[in-house]
Design a protein around this ligand. Sequence first.
Ligand code: ADE
Length: 351
Amino acid sequence: MNEILTPHAVKALLLWYQQNKRDLPWRHTSDPYRIWISEIMLQQTRVEAVKPYYARFLETCPDVRALAALPEEKLMKLWEGLGYYSRARNLQKAARVVVEQFGGVMPRTYEELIKLPGIGEYTAGAIASIAYGVRVPAIDGNVLRVLARVSASDADITLPETKKEYREALLPVVPTEAGDFTQSLIELGATVCAPNREPMCEVCPLRENCEAYREGKTNEIPVRSPKKPRRIEEKTVFLIRDGDRTALCKRPAKGLLSGLYELPNVNGHLNEEEVLAHLRTLGFEPLRIQKIENAKHIFTHIEWHMIAYDVRITPEFDGLHGQSGMLLVPNGELHKSYAIPSAFGAYVKYL
Ligand code: ADE
């Protein structure tokens, strides 16, 4: 690959960033811990959605030792609604390594950072460049789009080897202002060379360097191979409650949404008769069963298509002793202490 960005283009990009960057909370700090938290949250989540979580997370866990010591249930509650919960678990695993092996100080090099749980090439590059000024690139989806367009490359950006090529091309180009350079590429990809809409080439600092612009190909580039269709799973969800308390289950320790709490549910779509039979096997004798709204939740590779029943039980019901994993939780506590994924949002709002 030829020089992907000339020194002149790098200067133009840095100047544009100085003049146009959004005022974001993680841009007011050089604390590597805070930058790490922001980059992990931002990996799969929009900036506006991240902001309140970022503030709340840092209030509860202002440093790496606080994160290492946080009880799991509190960690999950802090992350509730943000999705991709393994991010939070890996953050804590890495925090424990930093405390035990690095005396509570985030390592400074790309090579040490990338060894930590949950930190890949992108995040190691982002932390090293933004917090420590190390001249390494950080290439996320935004940056890939910018680089693919600048070079008018028709390489499939979903392939690891494409990312590797860009990484090698970008490495010699990273200036001494490494952190601003990283963020300028991310910012350009998020705001000007944006996804899912026309890029705003008329205000782009790289327009003169952009081969896709010159060739009128910004709509065709980047090239990405089509995604596999998501697997559809049908579920029947139960809102089992007695007025003050609601039944919750803890999900298994491994797999999708592991360790979080959920409304009791089964695979498949059950009719009212089947619901009654199922509830009886759990030891419930419902007072009333009423079908409520359907809901859909989309994960990366799976879609849940949910039907649901509101099930009333008597307040005296105490038949859950020995019923593994199921709890009857007072509604106030449910909102305060139990992390329930947004997949159940359509039903938790009833409580
Ligand atoms: N997305 C990933 N990292 C980001 C950052 N530092 N600022 C804004 N958006 C981002």
